[in-house]
Design a protein around this ligand. Sequence first.
Ligand code: ADP
Ligand code: MG
Length: 341
Amino acid sequence: MKDQKPGEFDLISSIRRQKQPLPKSILQSIGDDCATIDSSLLHRLVISTDLLVEDVHFRRAWTSPHLLGMKSALVNLSDLAAMGANPVACLLSLGLPRTDTAEFFDNFISGFLRTCREAGMPLIGGDLSTARQVCISVTVMGTVPEGEPLYRSSAREGDSVLIIGDLGYSRYGLNFLESHSLPGLSDVKVLTELELGTDDPEVIKAVGRHLLPEVHLESAQWLRREGMANAMIDVSDGLGNDLMHILEESHVAAEIDLGQLPGLAGVGEEERIDLALNGGEDYALLFTASAIQLAQLTDRYPGHLPPWKKIGEITGGAPELVLNLRGMRSIYSRKGYDHFQ
Ligand code: ADP
Ligand code: MG
């Protein structure tokens, strides 16, 4: 009897049938052994990869294949944003269980390609395999058409520490999903309609942020193009961890004002600060700016982009993060998630 399940090549063909506009630099997309990029059209090529594993990074019961597809593309776009880069193309490798492969694949790909289209980042290749659990590896490529990317290593003593986006919501949303048994989320329902059993707007926002992070690509590109930032990183592992990355790479220290962190309303101060410092998966943009850059930001930062906020200052000395709460100082110690500890 003929197997009715689609094979690997049917799955690849279904991606190829979905037309994706290609920039001039992409000479060969899906269909050959390698994709080909005309690198002479790109001043600096930046490249990054991320691995998402079922039951480590996500649970299928708490999301939908479509949302997971969107999030897989978004978290990788956030790495391009952290460099101030423009997306060029991406690769997607999927390990999929044999059960409901086709249904999962179609919905996942429709979400993934939706985000790719919105970002102008065509999918130009990848690989497929069966696996016990869903594994998603995405590689993104971007370009910085002139000048240099924004590195973690360029923070200077006297810089302000600035942030764009929220902190702590994603973790709060994850905690909520963990502690409430929810039926599988349907594909196209918008998040505010999800049956979360609450109409608390902060909870709805938090679950929404966890399932579909807000990535600040346009703000990041503007900051780099206009020379408004020295060092930059996307906050994926908690503000504390990620600011420490800047401090270590730049060989400086910092002091932040915990009262200024853009965290959740409606939870106690201690929880709000803990979520903001140690939460993870915020995808906020953390950057440093000199006094001159800060003055120009105040004058020129576009009004249609999410606002920036000053949360602290870069100081001299060995890499160390000082936390200031109403004048009480303490030293940050790492609490973010580590896969191997
Ligand atoms: P190979 O045998 O060289 O690994 P495949 O048969 O796996 O090639 O893939 C055929 C084409 O389809 C290649 O261009 C590959 O990049 C593309 N492809 C395979 N899987 C995916 C995927 N998940 N997403 C996008 N393109 C894919
Ligand atoms: Mg292959």
